[in-house]
Design a binder for this molecule. Structure first.
Ligand code: ZN
Length: 109
């Protein structure tokens, strides 16, 4: 079972108390964007086998959103952090890099 630490209320939470919100750190496009940019924003999502950044909602708890970095292949969790963060904190990037030396944040965006 996937267990994530909610950074809002400080609890370690089973995935049954959470609701997945999809990919994190999406670049938003609106009026003035091209059709391709808007289509990418609305419909195209990364589905990696490996490091992934996700939005999670603590539905049966504090009711707030947070972000998580984890490996989709092994379920290893690298860390969780505030949903108001534009990119992962350095300590989470360092944790990923220590376990996946070939990984870079730039390859994610
Ligand atoms: Zn919470």
């Amino acid at each position: 079972m996937l267990i994530l630490h909610c950074p809002n209320c400080g609890q370690d939470v089973d995935e049954t108390d959470l609701h997945a919100g999809g990919e994190a750190h999406l670049k938003r496009f609106g009026p003035g964007s091209t059709d391709d940019e808007f289509e990418d924003y609305l419909f195209r999502r990364a589905n990696p086998k490996g490091v992934h950044f996700e939005r999670w909602h603590h539905t049966y708890g504090c009711g707030k959103w947070f972000l998580a970095a984890r490996c989709t292949a092994t379920l290893e969790v690298f860390g969780t952090y505030s949903a108001q963060t534009p990119e992962p904190p350095q300590d989470i990037k360092d944790a990923i890099k220590s376990r996946r030396p070939d990984w870079t944040w730039e390859s994610q965006s």
